[in-house]
Every structure is written in C-alpha cells, then in structure tokens.
Design a protein around this ligand. Structure first.
Ligand code: ADP
Ligand code: ADP
Ligand code: ZN
Ligand code: ZN
Length: 829
C-alpha cells in the first residue's frame, strides 16, 4: 500500500509504503500521530470508499464528516476497525450479543431444546429478552423491578414530616408545598413519623389520588385549620403527589441526570420475582437444554459452557443420545450448533476471556476486554483480504496473556488479512513484520515518519524515542524502596470472584496490584476498596458517574467486606479512572480542569468586552448570549445515520467555532476565544506566560504528557487514557495535603514507555508528599518500580480471586505460583 501526502491532524505531508498481508505496528509517543495515520487516514479513507460504493446518498454524509487529508492511497484493501471506544458507550449489549453467540444459543433452544409436554415449539425470538415474544411481562425484560418502599423513602422514622422524614420528596419549594398540603389535609406534621397511624403513612407515601387543596403559606397548623373553617382566601391551590408517585415519575421522566440519580436513591430494586432476573417469559424458561434453561446457561462462565457443550458436540452426551433416538434431526442440529459455538468460544478463551459469561453487560467490561471480544469474533468471521485496524489491543492484558493475543492476530493474518496495530507494548512491537515509527515528539513536533520497515532497521534511527526501549534493554532505575507507614486492612471481602478475602494495603507507599485478566484486580481495588473507603469517609460517589451506574450502585450496595483498621491514615479518596470526562462535545479539558473560567475572565476584562458590556458568561459556549445558536455551542451537529451509530459533524454555521460572530470580535492578545480553544496545551502554555492562574494547570497537563491536546478538544474525541490523565492533572494542580488515597486503574494505557516515565515521576511525587497510591497495572516496568506488589490470581474467574503473594518486587519474583514473577524477574534483571 502506498500513502502519499498525508496531512491529517498533525501529519506533515508524509509518504509511506506499507506491506500487505503483514502485521504492521505503528509506534511513537502519545500524540505523535499514530492514530491520525492508522485510523484518521488509512481507515477513514477505506471507510469513505466503502460508503461511496454502497450508497449514493452517502456522498452528502462524507462531505459532512469530512474526508481524510491525503493526496492518494494506492492498494488499500477494505478495512475493519477494532477501535477501543472513545467517549460514551450507549448500547445495551452483552457478551452474548456482541459475539452473536446469543443468537446461536437461541437457535439451539428453539430447535433442539427440551419442551414440556404439550408446549408448542418456540421461535428463537422467544428466547430473547429484547423482543415482545421473549420479554418477561412483569419486568419488561429488564430482570429487575424497581420499587419505592416506606423504608427506602423514609430512612429515619424518628423524624417528623416537618423535619423531612419523607426524604424522597423534593428539597426545593415543591417539598415545602407538599408539607403545607398535608397540613391543610389535617395530618400531624410535628409528630415523629413512626408514631403516625399506618393508614396515614400509607396514604401519604403510596396513594395515587392527587387531591387539590387550599394552601395557606406561612400559617401554623392550628391557624391553617381556622382559616379553612372560615373559608379564608388561600395563598394558592396545591396538588398533592404521594412520595412513591413523585419518585417513580421523576425517575421515569426527568431529563436531569442528577434528579434521576436522586430519585434512584429512594428506590430499592430486586430480582424480578416472575423471572428471577432471567428476563424471559415463563414459557421460554420452561424449555431446557442439558438440564438448564437459557438464562442459567447464559450465566455460566465460557469455560464451564465449554465443558457442558463438548459432549454435545462430539455426540457423547446422554441427552443427545436420547434425542438421536426420538428426533434424529434435532440431535443433528444440536451437534452442529454446539460445534460452532465451541469453536467460537475457543478463540475467546484463548484470548483470556474464558471467565466471562454471555449475559455479562458490555458496559461492565473494560475497553480492552471489549476490543478482544470483537477481535475474537473477527477471527472466526472468515473474512479475507481486509485490513484490521486495532488500537492498543494489549491494554488490560497481563504479559502472560499477550502471547495468546499475538496468536489470534497471527491467525487473522494467516487467513489472508493485513493488520495495522497502534501499540506501545514492547512484546507486541517485537512481534511485528513491519514497524512505522511516528514522531519524534507529540503534536506540532511530531507527525513525521521516522522509520518504516522491519524491526531491525529501527536500531539505527537516532531520532526515534521508541528505539531505546526496544534495543537498549533499559532497566528501570531502582530507587530506594519505601517502607509502609501503616496498613489499611480489609477483612472478609466478597465480590465477583473474591470470596471472603483478607487484604492489607500498605499506606504511604506506591502499590501495584497485578494479575492476569479476570483475576479480580478491579473487583478488589476499583470496586470494594473504593466503596469501603468512600463509605467510611462519607463521600458520595463521583458526580460524573452516569445514570446506569448510579442505578447499579443503588442496587449493589451490598459490599461484602469491611475495613478492620487503618482509616486514621486516610483523609481523602481520589479515584482517577478512565471514564470519559463528559459525554458530549460540550465538555473538554479546558472546562473540566477549570482553567477555562480564568481564560473567560481575561476575555471579559479586555477593553473591547468592557465597552460592549460582555461579562464572563458571554464567553461560555454553554450560555445563550455568546454562543452559536445553530449548534448551541457544541461546534458540532449530530448526523443520524441509517444502520450506523450517529456521528458528529462540524456545525455548518460556525464551522466548529462554537461562538457567534459578535463574540468572536473580542480579542485577547490578538486571539479570539475560539482560537484560544483551538490551541494545544503546549501553545497555550507559551501564550499565557503572563497569567499564572491559567499557566499553572497547563504546566501540569504537560507534565502528564498531554501537551499535544487542544484546549477545546471535545470529550468525545479523548481516549480513556487521556481522560484519566486529565483527571490526574486536575488533581495534581490542587494543593497537596497528604493523607490522600489515590486509586488508578491501568494509568499507562495509551502511553509510550517514555511517557510512562513521566507519569511515574508524578505518582512518585504524590507519595513523597505523604499520600498513598494504589495502581492496577500490567506494565512490568511500573510494577518493578513500585514499593509493594499485590499479585492476584493465580488464574482468572473461579481460578483466581486470591492474593498469590504480597510484598516488595524482590519478594514476588521468588514465588513460583505467581504468573507475574517471571516477567518481573526479567525486568529487575
Ligand atoms: P497518537 O495516536 O500518536 O497518540 P494522534 O494521532 O491521536 O496521536 O494525535 C496526533 C495529533 O493530532 C495530536 O496533536 C492531537 O491533538 C491531534 N488530533 C487528534 N485527533 C484530532 C481531531 N479529531 N481533531 C484535531 N486534531 C486531532
Ligand atoms: P481483573 O480486574 O483482574 O481483570 P475483575 O475484577 O474485572 O478482574 O474480574 C474478576 C472476576 O469477576 C471475573 O470472573 C469477572 O468476570 C467477574 N466480574 C467482574 N465484574 C463483574 C460484574 N460487573 N458482573 C459480574 N461479574 C463480574
Ligand atoms: Zn421478570
Ligand atoms: Zn455552530
């Protein structure tokens, strides 16, 4: 393939030749332009050609979405991207649906299942909770029912109604209004809730009646009763709404995530009593295969599903033998489907995903797991002659799992496909047939092809930042290991595959939690540890979590485990995760870090702004005054596509500037506000050199390797790793107080080894100022440089969930049962 004149994003009009049917890896520091070449140019062009060939109407679409900036690409095959999602995942899918294994199993149950006597055969649709034919009528296929109870809405029944016993009611004026209505209705709002007659309590909480009554604002209950008798003119007529009605209605209809979340706090949910969480109607669940209904089958980890289906596939299963006698055609169907399903599950287990169950919702998977899931699906798709474009497929993988990943990729290549892989992991890079090294630095200072050829040739390329990590065998500098200043001791931890586990986390040091994918690292650290500590500190969970998660949390709250001791050493908890910093182009790094507030103040203080009486609000794209009305300040409009997820295209009115023309006339040091948002962090750092309040957060962003991002780069364009580093930078710019606990999940995702070194310096700094840092991490250089290692495992799912060894790296290397030990030994040298 031959690319000429590529100029997408920061690419410097580059030419490059790439072999077909080969494993090509794109390397370079973060922001150097790897994705701009692999995804932004090669994949985008392949997609454009595809659109053009399938639908004439697509021309308009292509105009809107934009074509890649490139002069020519010859010999480009059709492309399939297996990109880790950026921004918000919106689909309600599961492992079964993404892999289409769920379809096969539905067919199996429909055609070869065991039906109760007299029940007619069901269509495969009847085994899907997403169809009217299959969905449980009680929970509408959700598997859970949400209900508001007295306990959930009145958490403290010693309070009176006036003291807000009914916590579920709104806090606003409306809450006062409802209390006033109760006064008019003659209820005693000054007696403790629990002393009110049950009949009254039930009516107040649960009635569907909505009486309209005169309200006398500001009068005491006695005065109100007298006013009613006199038929005095009321302040207004108020309409009553019971607490349950209010909660359920708000939950079902509000547009505000915050209100929805608040409502969810006053609801309890439980498994649907009709389907027991299996989401299907009774008839569908009455059909069994190998003694299990399809709901039970979907809950088995893939490894166990394999054990169950193997005898079916080779015809040795008892059930199949019986079936062969009565319905030979059914037996044949069962065998064929089982063989197909097994072959596909085989690839999934190969890729280290055997611990997943089919019903597992994809939003609970890490981006790396999801990508491997898609990859496994492709390996079995029998396509050939295409190029697969992948984004850091090693993310979330323990070094022990990387070999399997490489086998799957080789299999794709072996069936006649090309692979373009953006990667930082040295083992993957070494495996490539061809390296394209982009750089040398990020953004403006990158975008050149430093090398394109087989691995060995990169050795001689002086400018490459990748070279020394591949050839110099650089050992991590082993600083003095710090010793723990105390211990946070967790007892009886149970969650997912963790069963009654005791774990001690050292305080005042940097700890990494390691283990193969599925061993239980996230369950322990990101779930139980975070929830327990947050619970102790009385934190509410972060505001930016989405509704689904808020709901889940309202549901799960049954954290198995407790903190035995050590909380005296922790004053604050900071979880720095990879969730997007926002879900629309409206959020960006300037708004998230707060530096935009200061930028807007600078604009509002210019003589031009003062003359026109423009205040800081004028320079916000979230406020009607100054923004472009067409896109309401998003700079983008969403384009709905048939059969495809909708895409964002630049706003035709402001061309992405987000502001109206009047606002853009105001300039600070010669730049308008849109131009400032268009600057990279590096450029803005120079531009605002006189303004410490703006410059300081910019300096921290550079230190975590984000100098190449533009201030206004929409949250939807940021990778999970970038979002995480923005959160880290926001945290670092705060005054350091010490005694904070920082929890990070794989912070090296998306980072070139040389950027990892910078990140480590930042984390070391946090520990040096008296904080505790706990990382989930696979990067072995990071593990080797940490003070303490907690190695989970030994395997995944039921074969894991234990602490294999905990101690300084030097201790871990000597433990034979640790999967991490050999890699760590090599890294320590
Ligand atoms: P890498 O994949 O090497 O980390 P990218 O190709 O993502 O680097 O980024 C290269 C440069 O292009 C960076 O300066 C980045 O800010 C810029 N860039 C990335 N995506 C966009 C975009 N959608 N619009 C404009 N600039 C972008
Ligand atoms: P790791 O972080 O080490 O990859 P996890 O803690 O994510 O491992 O997973 C440990 C086990 O718990 C796996 O078997 C996984 O399938 C299961 N698990 C994790 N999260 C969930 C969840 N939300 N629902 C059901 N099972 C889960
Ligand atoms: Zn149900
Ligand atoms: Zn606009």
């Amino acid at each position: 393939m031959e690319v000429r004149g590529a100029r997408q994003h920061n690419l410097k009009n580059v030419d490059v030749r790439l072999p077909r049917d080969a494993f090509v890896v794109f390397t370079g520091v973060s922001g150097s332009g790897k994705s701009s070449l692999a995804f932004g140019t090669l994949y985008a062009e392949a997609q454009r050609r595809y659109f053009e060939s399938v639908a004439p109407f697509a021309r308009r679409l292509i105009d809107q979405v934009g074509v890649p900036e490139v002069d020519a690409i010859d010999g480009l095959p059709p492309a399939v991207a297996l990109q880790q999602h950026r921004g918000a995942p919106t689909t309600r899918s599961s492992v079964g649906s993404v892999t289409t294994l769920a379809n096969s199993l539905r067919l199996l149950y429909s055609r070869a299942g065991k039906y109760p006597r007299g029940q007619p055969q069901l269509d495969s649709d009847a085994f899907s909770p997403n169809t009217p034919a299959g969905a449980c009528p009680t929970c509408h296929g959700l598997g859970r029912v949400y209900e508001a109870t007295e306990q959930s809405m009145v958490p403290d029944d010693s309070l009176t109604i006036r003291e807000r016993a009914i916590a579920a009611w709104p806090l606003s004026w409306h809450g006062q209004n409802l209390r006033d209505i109760l006064v008019s209705l003659g209820y005693d709002v000054d007696r403790p809730w629990r002393e009110l007659p049950q009949k009254d309590r039930d009516w107040i909480l649960f009635t569907d009646e909505q009486p309209s009554v005169p309200v006398y604002a500001g009068l005491t209950p006695a005065e109100t009763q007298r006013a009613l008798k006199r038929k005095a003119a009321p302040s207004y007529m108020g309409t009553f709404t019971s607490a349950r009605r209010y909660v359920l209605h708000t939950f079902a209809t509000t547009q505000s995530a915050l209100l929805k979340k608040r409502a969810s706090q006053y609801m309890v949910s439980g498994d649907c009593s009709e389907c027991h969480g299996k989401r299907l109607r009774r008839e569908s669940l009455s059909v069994t295969f190998a003694g299990l209904d399809i709901g039970e089958l979907s809950r088995l980890p893939l490894g166990e599903l394999t054990d169950l289906l193997s005898p079916v596939a080779d015809g040795t299963a008892k059930d199949v033998a019986a079936l062969t006698r009565e319905h030979p055609e059914k037996a044949l169907v069962a065998q064929r489907i089982a063989q197909d399903v097994l072959a596909r599950i085989g690839v999934l287990t190969e890729l280290g995903l055997g611990y997943l169950a089919l019903e597992r919702p994809t939003p609970t998977l890490s981006p790396g797991e999801l990508q491997r899931l898609r990859l496994a699906t492709q390996v079995r798709s029998n396509l050939f002659g295409v190029v697969y474009v992948l984004d850091e497929p090693s993310a979330g993988l323990h070094p022990a799992d990387t070999a399997a990943l490489l086998r799957a990729l080789d299999q794709l290549k072996g069936s006649g496909n090309s692979l373009f892989v953006v990667e930082h992991e040295v083992d993957v890079i070494r495996h490539a047939d061809w390296i394209v090294d982009v750089g040398p630095e990020a953004g403006e200072h990158g975008g050149r092809i430093l090398y394109s050829g087989p691995l060995e040739g990169l050795k001689g390329v002086k400018a490459s930042r990748t070279r020394r990590f591949l050839f110099d065998e650089e050992k991590p500098s082993r600083g003095e290991r710090r010793s723990p200043k105390g211990w946070l001791r967790l007892k009886g931890v149970s969650r997912n595959n963790l069963k009654d586990l005791d774990v001690d986390f050292p305080l005042g040091v940097l700890t990494t939690v390691t283990g193969v994918s599925g061993s239980g690292k996230s369950s322990l650290v990101s779930q139980v540890l975070v929830e327990l500590v947050a619970g102790h500190l009385g934190h509410v969970m972060p505001e930016d979590e989405d509704e689904g998660e808020a709901l889940e949390r309202a549901v799960v709250r049954t954290t198995g485990g407790r903190i035995d001791s050590g909380m005296e050493g922790i004053k604050r908890l900071v979880q720095v995760d990879q969730k997007p910093i926002g879900r629309t182009p409206r959020s960006n790094l300037a708004t998230y870090t707060g530096l935009f507030d200061n930028v807007r103040k600078l604009f509002a203080a210019t003589p031009a702004a003062k003359a026109r009486r423009y205040d800081v609000g004028r320079f916000s794209f979230n406020v009607a005054k100054g923004r472009c009305e067409r896109c309401e300040g998003e700079g983008f409009v969403s384009v709905e596509l048939l059969f495809m997820p909708s895409v964002y295209a630049p706003c035709p009115s402001c061309q992405g500037a987000r502001y109206n023309a009047k606002t853009l006339e105001v300039r600070y040091q010669g730049k308008n506000i849109a131009e400032v948002l268009g600057m990279t962090v590096d450029a803005a750092h120079d531009f605002f050199s006189e303004e410490p309040l703006v410059q300081r957060p910019l300096a921290v962003l550079r230190e975590v390797g984000l100098g190449y991002l533009r201030l206004g780069q929409p949250a939807t364009e940021l990778s999970g790793g970038e979002a995480q580093r923005i959160k880290l930078a926001t945290e670092l710019q705060r005054a350091q107080r010490g005694s904070s606990l920082y929890v990070l999940d794989e912070p090296t995702t998306g980072l070139h080894p040389s950027d990892v070194d910078n990140l480590m310096t930042q984390l070391e700094g946090l520990v040096a100022s008296g904080n505790t840092v706990i990382l989930i991490e696979h990067d072995i250089r990071v593990v080797a440089a940490s003070d303490w290692v907690i190695d989970m495992g030994p395997g995944a799912g039921d074969k894991g969930g234990r602490v294999v060894v905990a101690g300084p790296p030097e201790v871990v290397v000597d433990v034979p049962s640790s999967e991490t030990a050999p890699y760590l030994k090599a890294a320590l040298g």
